[in-house]
Design a protein around this ligand. Structure first.
Ligand code: ATP
Length: 569
């Protein structure tokens, strides 16, 4: 059966998603078989399999082949099986990279924690989308750290670009992050009271709660949190904050009767939100409905419009959720990390979102597709090098073949002095209301020499089209500059700094998040700058390792078991 789902294409392993559990293909016995085979990759009994890639990387570390550190790069579109494959690789190493003497208590604990990091990160970072009922809404790179005897002694994880907008906005037929549904479905009576989540209450930010998914299991998440060392006190705080966000989603605004007054907050949810987030209710109200304008030493209070209030409410939810997610990742890292001197090599697993092209694409897709361009460049460079080395060892005559180089596209997106990113950042620094049409003119003026950008003359919406290596994608400009700034009103930060909840308070205590216009023209660290920096560090790590590529394929668009459509495969 292995033959059906895996095959090699050059230096890449191609994995077809069966959309059905195939237990005997991944059992402990199968892992041990691949691990103990003298040459897993050439043994004809051992057909192409993800464990061959895993074992090859493991032996490279062991064999002291330079460079010794390895990277397993898993790619593919949403629902293709990247997360599943990464989990499978982690299980493999947690099984084979362990001492047979079970007295090694600490090592055993580490393996458990490495595996337990998955359900926790998936509960908080995955959601049901149109394409995948367990879609990762963030990218991750996990380093599995090995000691001199090749044993797994620790791990660390780096995450990229969590789709935090999902907490306050879910596209039609999509859901919020799993954790909220887990709480709604798995809470005990006592927890329901504590979290103020009565069964009969509906939540605006919890669409499609009637859908039953296997991911909706609170028990599994809580057990994993316990194993990672998140104590009861912290868990209580985390769930209370999340419940506060659900109540916040039910807060609506009605316009004030007089123009000069601020909007009113409707219903009972505002009180519950303030209670769960442990912030003063009057300050919650004012921070959502009134803006403080500073002019020199004076400040003027200006009521927000109804729609501005909604934006501030959503912003409050997003900033809390994003900080909480980062806190969890840091906690998980501390829980899994090896003492520095004990590890000497690592195997890295990269699971990033695949190339995206929707009806409407904006800054999120631009960042994701930019990451894919970077990885494609890395892949092509490595693939050609491997091919040339093969020719040399076989003594073949060869001449350099021109290949599709995506440097032009990367220059367009991230290059200097002028690129989409640099112009977006410049626009953000100007501290003025951005105009999509003007920005389009600017792009056209500065970048039209680059062959990778074009404009559909018939389209009325301001946009630009990028010819990526995978496909052409049109990006809408409306809203892009604001997304890049990702402003957080200073009133929101100061509200959260007043929270009586020690966890929530600590997330904002040092005010390390840049807030909008707090000091005249504050130094804004934009979304694209942050993403570019984190991607550059990732590429540095990848370049210092031996890469192994796995390309996952979604063989039919409807996630049907054992269905392989020719045009998809
Ligand atoms: N080898 C496999 N065997 C059985 N089922 C699989 C396998 N690979 C993937 N699946 C199934 O396909 C679903 C989608 O896979 P997965 O979540 O790993 O996709 P993904 O590529 O990570 O998607 P996204 O980019 O949206 O996160 C899984 O929930 C699982 O049910």
């Amino acid at each position: 059966i292995a033959k059906v789902f895996y095959t090699h294409a050059g230096c890449t392993l191609v994995a077809l998603n069966p959309f059905q559990p195939i237990p005997h293909l991944y059992s402990l016995d199968v892992m041990r078989e691949y691990h103990s085979a003298p040459q897993p990759q050439v043994n004809t009994l051992k057909l192409p399999h993800i464990f061959i890639v895993a074992e090859e990387a493991y032996r490279n570390v062991q064999g002291q082949v330079e460079p010794m550190n390895q990277s397993l790069v898993v790619s593919g579109e949403s629902g293709a099986g990247k997360t599943w494959t990464s989990r499978c690789l982690m299980k493999y190493y947690a099984t084979v990279a362990t001492s047979s003497q079970k007295c090694q208590d600490t090592v055993e604990k580490i393996e458990r924690r490495v595996l337990d990091s998955n359900p926790v990160m998936e509960a908080f970072g995955n959601a049901c989308t149109l394409r995948n009922s367990n879609s990762s809404r963030f990218g991750k790179y996990i380093q599995l750290q090995l000691n001199g005897s090749q044993l797994l002694v620790g791990a660390s994880v780096q995450t990229y670009l969590l789709e935090k907008t999902r907490v306050a906005f879910q596209a039609p037929n999509e859901r919020n992050f799993h954790i909220f549904y887990q709480m709604m479905k798995g809470a005990t009576e006592k927890q329901r009271l504590e979290w103020m989540l009565p069964l009969e209450q509906d939540f605006a930010w919890l669409p499609h709660a009637e859908k039953t998914l296997e991911e909706d299991c609170l028990q599994e998440t809580v057990e994993a949190m316990i194993n990672l060392g998140i104590d009861e006190g912290k868990r209580t705080q985390i769930f209370r904050i999340l419940a506060g966000l659900l109540q916040l989603g039910n807060v609506d605004f009605s316009p004030a009767s007089e123009e000069a007054q601020s909007c009113d907050l409707d219903g009972h949810s505002k009180g519950k939100t303030a209670y769960l987030l442990q912030v003063p209710l009057d300050e919650l109200q004012s921070c959502l409905t009134v803006r403080t304008l500073r002019a020199g030493k004076q400040s003027v209070l200006k009521p927000c419009t109804q729609s501005e209030c909604g934006v501030r409410r959503d912003c409050l939810a997003k900033v809390i959720y994003a900080q909480l997610f980062d806190w969890l990742v840091t906690f998980i890292n501390n829980s899994m990390c090896a003492d520095n001197p004990t590890w000497c090599n690592f195997i890295g697993l990269l699971d990033v979102y695949g190339f995206e092209c929707f009806l409407l694409n904006n800054l999120e897709q631009l960042c994701i597709n930019y990451a894919n361009e970077k990885l494609q460049q890395h892949f092509v460079a490595h693939y050609l090098k491997a091919q040339q080395e093969e020719y040399v060892t076989e003594g073949l005559q060869w001449s350099f073949i021109r290949y599709q180089d995506n440097q032009g596209c990367l220059d367009l997106i991230e290059g200097s002095p002028s690129s989409i990113f640099s112009l977006l950042n410049e626009e953000c620094r100007l501290n003025r209301a951005s105009d999509a049409k003007q920005f389009r003119v600017r792009l056209q003026k500065e970048l039209s020499d680059n062959a990778s950008i074009s404009w559909d003359k018939l389209s009325k919406e301001p946009h630009f089209t990028v010819a990526h290596y995978a496909d052409k994608v049109s990006y809408q400009i409306e809203g892009m500059m604001e997304k890049n700034k990702d402003p957080v009103p200073p009133e929101i930060i100061s509200l959260l700094q007043k929270s009586q909840d020690s966890l929530l308070h600590s997330l904002f205590a040092d005010g390390d998040r840049e807030s909008e216009g707090s000091r005249g023209h504050s130094k804004v660290v934009t979304v694209v700058s942050k993403f570019k920096n984190s991607l550059e560090s990732l590429m540095k790590i990848l370049h210092s390792t031996t890469p192994h590529y796995t390309r996952c394929i979604k063989p039919n668009p409807d996630c049907r078991p054992l269905t392989f459509k020719k045009e998809e495969v």
